[in-house]
Design a binder for this molecule. Structure first.
Ligand code: SAM
Length: 245
């Protein structure tokens, strides 16, 4: 089937992704609810519960592709407002929305915002207790490079958690999901931002992302141990978890 997408190269891919998130930054949180029918909230809650952040002031989390700070704020709350989270994103527009949200929620002291690329993290080795990335890794042009960087900046005993759209494992659900994502999402995207192409690109990027097992293998290859995954909503999303030991 052809959906009329252009083939994009890797540097062009990052430019396209940047363009999408600059355009949607202010409406990103609403778009998320609309496109996932609110399900992203339940998946994120499950991710935070699985991480179970320590209720300690010296617990440090790096949330990569953290955008508007959703995951980081949930982690800080789950730690009883004790942990510290660094939100890293390549896109300053997304981070500005996040910083404002954090200020309004009274969480500014527990968060910082860093504009950088997941493929080149501006941190010393062995700096963080946990590395989280939600719906971000499929946008990164070189996934293996991002995973290597995750391994480098984690402390020994540190935890990697990746939440991402994945491969649906139920035929009935797959049909509904295909209709929803290929027709409804670009249409909604166009209604909200006047432009369907960025959303078509995002939907396409979900299809290209490796399935649960292949992605687990990629995580193992960069040196992580005890790699496992949990499917959410029939595999529409999956949480991969691993340790640096
Ligand atoms: N984690 C947030 C959430 O779950 O709501 C935001 C996810 S949003 C779908 C994807 C984010 O990845 C965007 O904010 C985008 O700017 C960021 N991003 C894309 N490529 C990146 C890269 N190479 N390094 C860091 N962030 C990147």
């Amino acid at each position: 089937t052809s959906y009329g997408f252009r083939q994009v190269g890797e540097s062009e891919k990052q430019t396209l992704v940047n363009d999408v998130f600059h355009r949607v930054a202010k409406r990103y949180d609403i778009m998320n609810d609309v496109m996932s029918l609110g399900l992203h909230r339940a998946w994120k809650d499950a991710m935070i519960a699985a991480l179970n952040p320590a209720k300690r002031e010296d617990y440090r989390v790096l949330d990569v592709a953290g955008g508007t700070g959703d995951i980081a704020m949930r982690i800080v709350e789950a730690s009883g407002r004790r942990a510290h989270a660094t939100v890293l994103d390549i896109n300053g527009s997304m981070l500005s929305v996040g910083a404002e949200r954090a200020r309004k929620a009274g969480l500014a002291d527990h968060l910082d915002f860093v504009e950088a690329n997941a493929e080149e993290l501006p941190f010393e080795p062995n700096s963080f207790d946990a590395y989280t990335i939600a719906f971000g890794i499929r946008n990164v042009p070189h996934i293996d490079v991002a995973l290597k960087e995750a391994h480098r900046v984690l402390k020994r005993g540190g935890r990697l958690m990746v939440l991402e759209f994945s491969a649906v494992d139920q035929p009935f659900l797959e049909k509904i999901y295909d209709t929803w994502s290929f027709n409804a999402i670009p249409r909604f995207g166009k209604m909200v931002t006047g432009d369907a192409e960025p959303y078509q690109y995002l939907v396409e990027s979900i299809r290209k992302f490796p399935n649960q097992r292949d992605f687990a293998t990629m995580i193992e290859k960069v040196g992580f141990s005890r790699v496992g995954f949990t499917n959410y909503t029939g595999g529409i999303a999956a949480l991969h978890s691993a340790w640096k030991i």
